[in-house]
Design a protein around this ligand. Structure first.
Ligand code: 3BY
Ligand code: FES
Ligand code: FE
Length: 419
Protein backbone atom coordinates (compact mmCIF):
# COMPACT_ATOMS: atom_id res chain seq x y z
CA UNK A 1 0.00 0.00 0.00
CA UNK A 2 1.38 3.42 -0.90
CA UNK A 3 1.21 5.94 1.86
CA UNK A 4 0.62 9.48 0.64
CA UNK A 5 2.46 11.82 3.00
CA UNK A 6 0.31 14.55 4.53
CA UNK A 7 1.31 17.95 3.20
CA UNK A 8 2.41 20.60 5.65
CA UNK A 9 0.52 23.90 5.77
CA UNK A 10 3.37 25.50 3.83
CA UNK A 11 3.29 22.75 1.19
CA UNK A 12 -0.44 23.25 0.82
CA UNK A 13 0.13 26.97 0.24
CA UNK A 14 2.84 26.22 -2.30
CA UNK A 15 0.57 23.80 -4.13
CA UNK A 16 -1.81 26.62 -5.05
CA UNK A 17 -1.26 27.72 -8.65
CA UNK A 18 -1.29 31.52 -9.05
CA UNK A 19 -4.73 32.62 -10.21
CA UNK A 20 -6.41 29.45 -8.94
CA UNK A 21 -8.47 28.67 -5.85
CA UNK A 22 -7.03 27.18 -2.68
CA UNK A 23 -6.66 23.42 -2.20
CA UNK A 24 -9.46 21.80 -0.21
CA UNK A 25 -7.23 20.95 2.76
CA UNK A 26 -6.72 24.65 3.47
CA UNK A 27 -10.46 24.80 4.16
CA UNK A 28 -11.02 21.46 5.83
CA UNK A 29 -8.04 20.56 7.98
CA UNK A 30 -8.06 21.01 11.76
CA UNK A 31 -4.35 21.90 12.00
CA UNK A 32 -4.76 24.59 9.31
CA UNK A 33 -7.77 25.93 11.18
CA UNK A 34 -5.76 26.21 14.40
CA UNK A 35 -2.94 28.06 12.66
CA UNK A 36 -5.48 30.36 11.00
CA UNK A 37 -7.00 31.16 14.39
CA UNK A 38 -3.61 32.03 15.75
CA UNK A 39 -2.37 34.08 12.77
CA UNK A 40 -5.57 35.83 11.65
CA UNK A 41 -7.61 36.07 14.85
CA UNK A 42 -5.18 36.09 17.76
CA UNK A 43 -2.35 38.12 16.21
CA UNK A 44 -4.12 40.65 13.98
CA UNK A 45 -6.61 43.40 14.70
CA UNK A 46 -10.09 41.91 14.51
CA UNK A 47 -13.54 43.46 14.59
CA UNK A 48 -15.49 42.09 17.55
CA UNK A 49 -18.22 44.58 18.41
CA UNK A 50 -19.86 47.91 17.69
CA UNK A 51 -19.92 50.81 20.12
CA UNK A 52 -23.70 50.37 20.47
CA UNK A 53 -23.12 46.90 21.97
CA UNK A 54 -22.06 48.72 25.15
CA UNK A 55 -23.97 52.02 25.13
CA UNK A 56 -23.82 52.80 28.89
CA UNK A 57 -21.14 52.66 31.62
CA UNK A 58 -21.15 49.15 33.08
CA UNK A 59 -22.26 47.52 29.83
CA UNK A 60 -20.19 44.49 28.96
CA UNK A 61 -20.14 42.45 25.78
CA UNK A 62 -18.38 39.08 26.01
CA UNK A 63 -17.20 37.47 22.80
CA UNK A 64 -15.43 34.16 22.18
CA UNK A 65 -12.65 33.97 19.63
CA UNK A 66 -11.47 30.39 19.58
CA UNK A 67 -10.29 29.52 23.10
CA UNK A 68 -9.99 33.20 24.00
CA UNK A 69 -12.84 35.18 25.46
CA UNK A 70 -12.75 38.97 25.50
CA UNK A 71 -14.80 41.45 27.50
CA UNK A 72 -15.66 44.74 25.79
CA UNK A 73 -16.49 47.16 28.61
CA UNK A 74 -17.85 50.72 28.70
CA UNK A 75 -16.12 52.25 31.71
CA UNK A 76 -17.33 55.03 34.01
CA UNK A 77 -15.71 57.67 31.79
CA UNK A 78 -17.59 56.23 28.80
CA UNK A 79 -14.41 54.90 27.23
CA UNK A 80 -14.38 51.48 25.69
CA UNK A 81 -11.91 49.03 27.19
CA UNK A 82 -11.17 45.38 26.49
CA UNK A 83 -9.94 42.70 28.86
CA UNK A 84 -9.27 39.00 28.85
CA UNK A 85 -12.30 37.25 30.33
CA UNK A 86 -10.08 35.41 32.79
CA UNK A 87 -9.98 35.98 36.54
CA UNK A 88 -6.54 36.77 37.96
CA UNK A 89 -7.15 34.39 40.89
CA UNK A 90 -7.62 30.88 39.52
CA UNK A 91 -8.76 31.63 36.04
CA UNK A 92 -12.52 31.42 36.14
CA UNK A 93 -14.45 33.21 33.42
CA UNK A 94 -15.77 36.48 34.84
CA UNK A 95 -18.71 36.52 32.46
CA UNK A 96 -19.82 32.95 31.91
CA UNK A 97 -21.72 33.19 28.65
CA UNK A 98 -20.93 35.14 25.52
CA UNK A 99 -23.29 38.08 25.07
CA UNK A 100 -24.29 41.21 26.94
CA UNK A 101 -24.57 42.01 30.65
CA UNK A 102 -24.68 45.22 32.67
CA UNK A 103 -22.70 45.40 35.87
CA UNK A 104 -21.59 47.87 38.54
CA UNK A 105 -18.30 46.00 38.90
CA UNK A 106 -17.00 42.76 37.41
CA UNK A 107 -17.41 40.12 40.13
CA UNK A 108 -15.88 36.71 39.61
CA UNK A 109 -18.51 34.02 40.22
CA UNK A 110 -15.97 31.70 41.93
CA UNK A 111 -14.48 33.53 44.96
CA UNK A 112 -15.91 36.96 44.24
CA UNK A 113 -12.76 38.84 43.38
CA UNK A 114 -14.19 42.16 42.29
CA UNK A 115 -12.80 44.36 39.52
CA UNK A 116 -13.56 47.94 38.59
CA UNK A 117 -14.64 48.78 35.06
CA UNK A 118 -11.07 49.98 34.44
CA UNK A 119 -9.86 46.46 35.24
CA UNK A 120 -8.29 47.17 38.62
CA UNK A 121 -8.86 44.64 41.38
CA UNK A 122 -10.83 46.32 44.18
CA UNK A 123 -11.75 43.49 46.57
CA UNK A 124 -10.30 40.07 47.29
CA UNK A 125 -11.09 38.64 50.69
CA UNK A 126 -8.94 36.15 52.65
CA UNK A 127 -5.77 37.08 50.79
CA UNK A 128 -3.91 38.60 53.74
CA UNK A 129 -2.17 41.91 54.33
CA UNK A 130 0.81 41.18 52.08
CA UNK A 131 -1.33 40.54 49.03
CA UNK A 132 -0.74 43.23 46.42
CA UNK A 133 -3.99 43.87 44.61
CA UNK A 134 -2.29 46.26 42.20
CA UNK A 135 -0.53 43.40 40.45
CA UNK A 136 -3.74 41.57 39.78
CA UNK A 137 -5.66 43.89 37.48
CA UNK A 138 -7.49 42.26 34.59
CA UNK A 139 -5.26 41.66 31.60
CA UNK A 140 -5.97 44.43 29.10
CA UNK A 141 -6.45 43.74 25.41
CA UNK A 142 -5.50 46.31 22.75
CA UNK A 143 -8.59 48.11 21.59
CA UNK A 144 -9.21 50.65 18.82
CA UNK A 145 -12.52 52.32 18.02
CA UNK A 146 -12.99 53.54 14.44
CA UNK A 147 -16.45 54.90 13.63
CA UNK A 148 -18.70 52.42 15.41
CA UNK A 149 -16.25 49.56 14.93
CA UNK A 150 -14.57 48.08 17.99
CA UNK A 151 -11.35 46.37 16.97
CA UNK A 152 -9.22 44.37 19.39
CA UNK A 153 -5.86 42.68 19.10
CA UNK A 154 -4.98 39.79 21.38
CA UNK A 155 -1.26 39.84 20.61
CA UNK A 156 1.19 41.39 23.07
CA UNK A 157 2.30 43.76 20.33
CA UNK A 158 -0.46 44.86 18.02
CA UNK A 159 0.25 45.57 14.34
CA UNK A 160 0.92 49.28 14.01
CA UNK A 161 -0.55 49.62 10.55
CA UNK A 162 -4.05 49.83 12.04
CA UNK A 163 -3.09 53.54 12.02
CA UNK A 164 -3.57 53.58 8.25
CA UNK A 165 -7.08 52.16 8.58
CA UNK A 166 -7.88 54.61 11.34
CA UNK A 167 -6.56 57.60 9.39
CA UNK A 168 -8.42 56.60 6.23
CA UNK A 169 -11.73 55.63 7.81
CA UNK A 170 -12.20 58.22 10.56
CA UNK A 171 -12.87 61.12 8.15
CA UNK A 172 -14.89 58.87 5.82
CA UNK A 173 -17.21 57.82 8.63
CA UNK A 174 -17.23 61.22 10.36
CA UNK A 175 -20.27 62.80 8.62
CA UNK A 176 -22.29 59.67 9.50
CA UNK A 177 -21.50 60.03 13.25
CA UNK A 178 -21.48 56.32 13.72
CA UNK A 179 -21.09 56.45 17.48
CA UNK A 180 -24.46 58.16 17.77
CA UNK A 181 -26.22 55.02 16.65
CA UNK A 182 -28.18 52.17 18.17
CA UNK A 183 -28.66 48.58 17.11
CA UNK A 184 -31.98 48.23 15.30
CA UNK A 185 -31.48 44.56 14.54
CA UNK A 186 -28.86 41.86 14.63
CA UNK A 187 -28.57 38.46 13.00
CA UNK A 188 -26.24 35.74 14.21
CA UNK A 189 -25.84 32.66 12.06
CA UNK A 190 -23.42 29.79 11.73
CA UNK A 191 -22.38 29.12 8.16
CA UNK A 192 -21.32 25.57 7.26
CA UNK A 193 -18.06 26.61 5.69
CA UNK A 194 -14.52 27.67 6.35
CA UNK A 195 -13.98 31.35 7.18
CA UNK A 196 -11.83 31.85 4.06
CA UNK A 197 -14.74 30.72 1.89
CA UNK A 198 -16.96 33.22 3.72
CA UNK A 199 -14.43 35.92 2.85
CA UNK A 200 -13.89 34.79 -0.73
CA UNK A 201 -17.63 34.91 -1.20
CA UNK A 202 -17.80 38.42 0.20
CA UNK A 203 -15.00 39.76 -1.94
CA UNK A 204 -16.61 39.14 -5.26
CA UNK A 205 -19.88 40.08 -6.88
CA UNK A 206 -19.55 37.60 -9.74
CA UNK A 207 -22.27 35.62 -7.96
CA UNK A 208 -24.50 38.62 -7.20
CA UNK A 209 -26.51 38.70 -10.43
CA UNK A 210 -27.40 35.03 -10.21
CA UNK A 211 -28.04 34.74 -6.49
CA UNK A 212 -28.89 38.09 -4.87
CA UNK A 213 -32.08 39.53 -6.43
CA UNK A 214 -32.65 41.78 -3.39
CA UNK A 215 -29.11 43.16 -3.11
CA UNK A 216 -28.83 43.85 -6.83
CA UNK A 217 -31.74 46.30 -6.61
CA UNK A 218 -29.29 48.71 -5.01
CA UNK A 219 -25.81 47.21 -5.41
CA UNK A 220 -23.88 47.90 -8.59
CA UNK A 221 -22.00 44.68 -9.24
CA UNK A 222 -19.99 46.40 -12.00
CA UNK A 223 -17.99 48.11 -9.26
CA UNK A 224 -16.53 44.70 -8.49
CA UNK A 225 -15.40 43.84 -12.00
CA UNK A 226 -16.57 43.64 -15.58
CA UNK A 227 -15.19 41.63 -18.47
CA UNK A 228 -15.57 43.42 -21.80
CA UNK A 229 -15.03 40.22 -23.85
CA UNK A 230 -18.15 38.90 -25.47
CA UNK A 231 -20.31 41.90 -24.52
CA UNK A 232 -22.63 43.50 -27.06
CA UNK A 233 -21.88 47.04 -28.29
CA UNK A 234 -24.93 48.14 -26.37
CA UNK A 235 -23.78 46.75 -23.04
CA UNK A 236 -20.29 48.17 -23.57
CA UNK A 237 -21.85 51.59 -24.18
CA UNK A 238 -24.00 51.12 -21.05
CA UNK A 239 -20.86 50.31 -19.09
CA UNK A 240 -19.10 53.46 -20.35
CA UNK A 241 -22.17 55.45 -19.35
CA UNK A 242 -22.20 53.77 -15.96
CA UNK A 243 -18.55 54.72 -15.35
CA UNK A 244 -19.21 58.31 -16.42
CA UNK A 245 -22.26 58.58 -14.12
CA UNK A 246 -20.31 57.21 -11.18
CA UNK A 247 -17.40 59.56 -11.78
CA UNK A 248 -19.75 62.56 -11.96
CA UNK A 249 -21.52 61.55 -8.75
CA UNK A 250 -18.25 61.10 -6.91
CA UNK A 251 -16.94 64.43 -8.06
CA UNK A 252 -20.07 66.07 -6.68
CA UNK A 253 -19.73 64.27 -3.32
CA UNK A 254 -16.06 65.12 -3.04
CA UNK A 255 -16.89 68.80 -3.58
CA UNK A 256 -19.27 68.59 -0.62
CA UNK A 257 -16.59 67.01 1.55
CA UNK A 258 -17.68 63.35 1.38
CA UNK A 259 -14.55 61.33 0.68
CA UNK A 260 -15.00 58.85 -2.17
CA UNK A 261 -11.50 57.93 -3.20
CA UNK A 262 -10.54 54.27 -3.16
CA UNK A 263 -8.11 53.38 -0.37
CA UNK A 264 -6.73 49.89 -0.05
CA UNK A 265 -4.16 47.97 1.92
CA UNK A 266 -4.43 44.47 0.54
CA UNK A 267 -1.00 43.39 -0.61
CA UNK A 268 1.25 40.77 0.92
CA UNK A 269 3.28 43.16 3.03
CA UNK A 270 0.43 44.59 5.10
CA UNK A 271 -0.58 43.30 8.50
CA UNK A 272 -3.98 44.99 8.52
CA UNK A 273 -5.96 44.16 5.39
CA UNK A 274 -8.66 46.64 4.41
CA UNK A 275 -10.26 48.49 1.53
CA UNK A 276 -12.77 51.30 1.31
CA UNK A 277 -14.50 53.54 -1.16
CA UNK A 278 -17.79 55.42 -1.37
CA UNK A 279 -19.93 53.42 -3.78
CA UNK A 280 -22.81 54.71 -5.86
CA UNK A 281 -26.16 53.08 -5.10
CA UNK A 282 -28.48 52.16 -7.99
CA UNK A 283 -31.98 53.55 -8.62
CA UNK A 284 -32.88 56.41 -6.30
CA UNK A 285 -29.33 56.10 -4.97
CA UNK A 286 -30.19 56.37 -1.28
CA UNK A 287 -29.91 53.06 0.52
CA UNK A 288 -29.57 49.29 0.29
CA UNK A 289 -33.30 48.69 0.38
CA UNK A 290 -35.69 47.11 -2.10
CA UNK A 291 -36.78 50.48 -3.49
CA UNK A 292 -33.29 52.04 -3.07
CA UNK A 293 -34.75 54.79 -0.87
CA UNK A 294 -33.87 55.37 2.79
CA UNK A 295 -35.31 52.93 5.33
CA UNK A 296 -34.91 55.47 8.14
CA UNK A 297 -36.06 59.02 7.60
CA UNK A 298 -33.99 60.08 10.62
CA UNK A 299 -30.64 60.15 8.90
CA UNK A 300 -27.35 59.39 10.62
CA UNK A 301 -25.61 62.30 12.38
CA UNK A 302 -26.83 65.61 11.07
CA UNK A 303 -26.91 64.55 7.46
CA UNK A 304 -29.32 66.44 5.27
CA UNK A 305 -28.80 64.52 2.05
CA UNK A 306 -30.18 61.05 1.43
CA UNK A 307 -28.19 60.19 -1.70
CA UNK A 308 -24.75 59.73 -0.21
CA UNK A 309 -24.07 56.26 -1.56
CA UNK A 310 -22.39 53.57 0.51
CA UNK A 311 -19.11 53.90 2.38
CA UNK A 312 -17.98 50.32 2.29
CA UNK A 313 -15.09 48.89 4.28
CA UNK A 314 -13.62 45.43 3.99
CA UNK A 315 -11.50 43.91 6.68
CA UNK A 316 -9.94 40.47 6.52
CA UNK A 317 -12.99 38.99 8.25
CA UNK A 318 -15.58 41.77 8.04
CA UNK A 319 -17.61 43.98 5.75
CA UNK A 320 -19.35 47.27 6.37
CA UNK A 321 -21.77 49.44 4.41
CA UNK A 322 -22.58 52.91 5.71
CA UNK A 323 -25.32 54.88 4.02
CA UNK A 324 -27.06 58.14 4.85
CA UNK A 325 -29.74 56.45 6.95
CA UNK A 326 -28.23 53.27 8.33
CA UNK A 327 -25.16 51.08 8.48
CA UNK A 328 -24.77 47.34 8.11
CA UNK A 329 -21.71 45.83 9.78
CA UNK A 330 -20.89 42.13 9.54
CA UNK A 331 -18.01 40.02 10.79
CA UNK A 332 -17.01 36.39 10.66
CA UNK A 333 -15.59 34.44 13.61
CA UNK A 334 -14.36 30.93 12.81
CA UNK A 335 -15.71 28.17 15.07
CA UNK A 336 -14.31 25.08 13.34
CA UNK A 337 -12.79 24.26 9.94
CA UNK A 338 -16.31 23.99 8.51
CA UNK A 339 -18.21 26.37 10.82
CA UNK A 340 -18.10 30.15 10.83
CA UNK A 341 -20.20 32.46 12.92
CA UNK A 342 -21.40 35.51 10.97
CA UNK A 343 -22.85 38.36 13.00
CA UNK A 344 -24.62 41.15 11.11
CA UNK A 345 -25.70 44.37 12.83
CA UNK A 346 -28.00 47.10 11.53
CA UNK A 347 -27.33 50.54 13.04
CA UNK A 348 -29.66 53.54 12.87
CA UNK A 349 -29.55 57.02 14.41
CA UNK A 350 -29.76 56.60 18.22
CA UNK A 351 -32.86 58.82 18.22
CA UNK A 352 -34.69 56.96 15.46
CA UNK A 353 -37.89 55.27 16.60
CA UNK A 354 -39.04 52.00 15.08
CA UNK A 355 -42.41 52.32 13.37
CA UNK A 356 -42.07 56.10 13.30
CA UNK A 357 -38.73 56.85 11.65
CA UNK A 358 -38.02 53.42 10.23
CA UNK A 359 -39.70 50.20 9.32
CA UNK A 360 -37.68 47.20 10.49
CA UNK A 361 -38.63 44.98 7.55
CA UNK A 362 -37.61 47.58 5.01
CA UNK A 363 -34.39 48.23 6.91
CA UNK A 364 -33.30 44.60 7.15
CA UNK A 365 -34.79 42.65 4.26
CA UNK A 366 -31.98 43.13 1.75
CA UNK A 367 -29.12 41.98 3.97
CA UNK A 368 -31.13 39.25 5.73
CA UNK A 369 -31.86 37.81 2.30
CA UNK A 370 -28.29 38.35 1.07
CA UNK A 371 -26.69 36.83 4.16
CA UNK A 372 -29.02 33.83 4.03
CA UNK A 373 -28.19 33.33 0.36
CA UNK A 374 -24.47 33.72 1.00
CA UNK A 375 -24.62 31.16 3.85
CA UNK A 376 -26.11 28.65 1.44
CA UNK A 377 -23.43 29.40 -1.19
CA UNK A 378 -20.64 29.05 1.36
CA UNK A 379 -21.98 25.76 2.79
CA UNK A 380 -22.40 24.35 -0.67
CA UNK A 381 -18.91 25.38 -1.72
CA UNK A 382 -17.27 24.10 1.45
CA UNK A 383 -18.86 20.72 0.84
CA UNK A 384 -17.65 20.70 -2.78
CA UNK A 385 -14.09 21.58 -1.80
CA UNK A 386 -13.99 18.58 0.57
CA UNK A 387 -15.00 16.17 -2.20
CA UNK A 388 -12.15 13.92 -3.35
CA UNK A 389 -13.07 15.07 -6.86
CA UNK A 390 -12.43 18.77 -6.14
CA UNK A 391 -9.70 20.41 -8.20
CA UNK A 392 -9.12 24.15 -7.61
CA UNK A 393 -10.35 26.19 -10.56
CA UNK A 394 -9.39 29.57 -12.02
CA UNK A 395 -10.42 32.93 -10.58
CA UNK A 396 -11.82 35.39 -13.12
CA UNK A 397 -9.22 38.11 -13.72
CA UNK A 398 -12.04 40.58 -14.06
CA UNK A 399 -14.37 39.75 -11.20
CA UNK A 400 -12.29 37.70 -8.76
CA UNK A 401 -8.99 39.49 -8.66
CA UNK A 402 -9.65 40.39 -5.02
CA UNK A 403 -9.70 36.65 -4.25
CA UNK A 404 -6.28 36.18 -5.77
CA UNK A 405 -5.12 39.14 -3.68
CA UNK A 406 -6.65 37.61 -0.55
CA UNK A 407 -5.06 34.22 -1.28
CA UNK A 408 -1.66 35.90 -1.66
CA UNK A 409 -2.08 37.89 1.52
CA UNK A 410 -3.13 34.72 3.36
CA UNK A 411 -0.07 32.90 2.02
CA UNK A 412 2.30 35.70 2.99
CA UNK A 413 0.89 36.13 6.50
CA UNK A 414 1.05 32.40 7.23
CA UNK A 415 4.63 32.22 5.99
CA UNK A 416 5.62 35.35 7.93
CA UNK A 417 4.33 33.65 11.07
CA UNK A 418 7.03 31.03 10.64
CA UNK A 419 4.77 28.10 9.65
O1 3BY B 1 -20.45 43.18 1.00
C1 3BY B 1 -19.70 43.38 0.07
O2 3BY B 1 -19.07 44.40 0.06
C2 3BY B 1 -19.52 42.43 -1.07
C3 3BY B 1 -18.96 43.13 -2.23
C4 3BY B 1 -19.44 42.46 -3.40
C5 3BY B 1 -20.37 41.43 -2.97
N1 3BY B 1 -20.61 41.62 -1.57
C6 3BY B 1 -21.91 42.11 -1.36
FE1 FES C 1 -11.99 34.28 40.31
FE2 FES C 1 -11.28 32.77 42.34
S1 FES C 1 -11.16 32.30 40.23
S2 FES C 1 -12.15 34.73 42.40
FE1 FE D 1 -23.03 37.38 -1.80
Amino acid sequence: MTVIPIKTHRELLDSREPGQGMPGDLFGRQDVFETDMDVFFHKRWILVAVTADVPEPGDVYAIDIGKASVLIVRDDDENIRAFRNVCRHRGSRLVKNAGKVSVGMLVCPYHQWTYDLDGSLRHATHMGKEFDKDCKSLIPVHVKVVGAHVFVCLADEAPEDIAKLEAAMTPRFAPHEMQRTKIAYEMDIVENGNWKLVMENNRECYHCGGTHPELTQSFLAHDFGFCPDGQSEESLADYEQYLANNAARKEEWEKDGYICELVESLDESVETNFRSQRLVIAGAGESQTMDTKVASTKLLGNLQRRDLGDVHMWGHHSWTHVMSDHAVIAYAIPLAPDKTRVRTIWLVNEDAVEGVDYDLKKLTEVWIATTTQDAELVGNTHSGTQDPGYVPGPYSKYTEDALEQFARWYDARIKASGV
